[in-house]
Design a protein around this ligand. Sequence first.
Ligand code: ATP
Length: 243
Amino acid sequence: MIPRDHPRYGSLVTREHLADCARSGIVSWEGLIAHGRGEAFDYLLGEKTSESAYHAAKTAAALLRTARLPVISVNGNTAALAAPQIAHLQKTSGALVEVNLFHRTPDRVRQIEDLLQSAGAEVFSGEAERLLPLAHDRGFCRRDGMYAADVVLVPLEDGDRCGVLVEMGKKVIAIDLNPLSRTANMATLTVVDEVTRALPVIADACSLLTDQECQHLIAALDNKVFLREALNKMKARLCDALD
Ligand code: ATP
C-alpha cells in the first residue's frame, strides 16, 4: 500500500504498476532498469515538460501529419505506461501501431497487442519478418508496416535500431528522457520528455496544427538545438542546486 500523501506517490505507483507488468510478462526485467534510467533524467528535468520539449512534440506532430505512412513502434514499457495515450495518438495522427520488442516471444507480442487493443488502439499485427539489419529481435517487423514507413515514432528506443531506421531513409522521432543517449543523438527529432507527458502533446498538436504550421515546424527542425536545450535545462537545475 502506497500512502496517497507520499511525496513521490505518482512515481511509486508507476513503479509498482511496471513491476506488476514485469511479473505478467508485458515488461521485461531489463525494461525495469531502463525505466530507472529514465526516472533519473526526469529528476534532472524537474519532471515537467519544458518549453523546448513542447516545441519538439509539436514538430513531431508535424512529421506524423505530413507522413505518407507513419508508424508508432511500441515496446513493453511504452505499452505498460501509455497504452491509452498511444490509442489517442493513433486516432489523431492516423498512424499504424506496431509492436517491436527486444525480448520477443510470440506470447509477449500477443499480450502487448491485447493490452493496446483493450486501450482502444488498432494494432497492425500479423506475420513479422526479420527485415531490419539487426542481430537481435528488434530486427523483426512487418513488410507493409514499419519496413515501408517513411516516419517512425519510437518511444523508448535503443540506439542500434534507431540508427538502422535512419540509415534506411526513414524520419525517426524518438521520445527519450536522456539527451545523451545514442537514440537521442541519431534520431531525426528527439522529444526529451517523459513518454506519458509527451504523447498527449503530440496527439493534440496533430489535431490542431494547420498544414502551413506543419511546413514551418519541419523547415525549422534542428535536433541538435532540442538536445542542447534539454542539457542546458539540466545544467541550470544542477547549478541552482549547488548555489
Ligand atoms: P541508447 O542505446 O540510445 O544509448 P539505452 O541503452 O539507454 O540508449 P535503453 O536501455 O533501451 O537504451 O533505454 C531506453 C531509454 O529510454 C533510456 O535512455 C531512458 O532514459 C529512456 N526512458 C526510460 N523511461 C522513459 C520514459 N518513461 N519516458 C521517456 N524516456 C524514458
